[in-house]
Design a protein around this ligand. Sequence first.
Ligand code: AMP
Ligand code: GLY
Length: 428
Amino acid sequence: MDIIVVGGGGREHAIIKKLRENSEIDKIYALPGNGGIAQEAQCVDISATDIDGIVDFAIAHNIGFAVVAPDDPLVMGAVDRLHGAGIPCFGPSANAAIIEGSKAFAKELMKENNIPTAAYDVFDSFEAAVEYVRSGKFPIVIKADGLALGKGVVIANTFTEAEEAIRSAMVDGKFGKSGSRIVIEEFLTGNEVSVLAFTDGKSIIPLVPSMDHKRALDGDKGLNTGGMGAIAPNPYYTEEIAEECMNRIFMPTVKAMNALGREFKGCLYFGLMITSDGPKVIEYNCRFGDPETQAVLPLLKTDLFTIMRAVEDERLEEVKVELSDRSSCCLVLASDGYPLAYEKGNEITIGDISQKDVYVFHAGTKQKDGRIVTSGGRVIGVTAIRDTLAEAITAAYDAAEHICFENKYSRRDIGESALSAIKNRGAL
Ligand code: AMP
Ligand code: GLY
């Protein structure tokens, strides 16, 4: 069978690598893919948001299955359109992808169903939002309602910062239409956990819990990014918390979506804060997270394509999903300057990385005149799987030494806070 994977980042590279383990798949087309994906799939120059182009391509090439990975095409209804053309897919339809596409929708869903989350209000008017923060408690969190490339969240420490964030979203249109409505919510403290889970709308199966590192600089300083690295498992996610999440968050979310006629099928991502009052939802994503997927998929022992088809056919409960008990570290190599301005077009050389269980996932790379050059802020993710987290971290950093490009930048402390947590486990 020939399949398509829509998207072109490190996440999609990790997905394609995993799908390659299935012998029923013949050809994989990546739309648009990237410089590294080109080594294991045929890249096609169709953007992930060109829904007409994707559907036309799938029909013309007799595609048997489609995996839609990024948020934009999901929210725009790519899966609905592909289904309309008779093509089975992995990913939610637009009416379920709204769980990520509108933060106001997600917050109301949680409120109505007693799913723990930060207290909040939704605003359509600049004046009312500013009035609200005038009497608010700081820090306070301001979020654009719609998709904003992971940049729509501001944690404001003062009234002035809050007003500026509201103005830039609602008046200056920094996020376009996505920011004309905003959510203002309580600031939560605790430890963050990302849980990616397969669901077919009936059952839900979480993958190994992970920890993203969102800030650009060591010590969780600097600007928010798409993610500078991830480790798994996340030591803060104890079995007790996992059970609480399943009962109070995961299953209630699946049921609440069904009750609204918005059955979610695909990968549902829970961004959680483990607070002193228990786990609370910070955000839902309607897709695999990035870079978390690069850390977590290599720990999936069960065939990914088997799971994806079972999700589509609503028979996930028949599949026994097995997870490795090893540890994973994904280190993101970025272009210096990311998430602001950075250079593109620098040649990348990758030396001998032949250690077992080390993966090089390309993100912002492209092929040019037979060479691989940088084309994005996050360039490559290097993942190492080892028996312990400490070994995985060392192996990922060692392998990264063999990848060179001008202005390469990475954090030096990926996984360190998780290691300290493991050392202090008694105190957790
Ligand atoms: P998001 O784009 O929703 O993932 O938010 C980006 C980051 O902002 C999260 O990973 C958190 O670190 C932080 N954040 C979002 N909402 C809150 C909140 N209510 N309290 C504390 N931190 C938050
Ligand atoms: N790493 C967070 C996300 O994918 O949204």
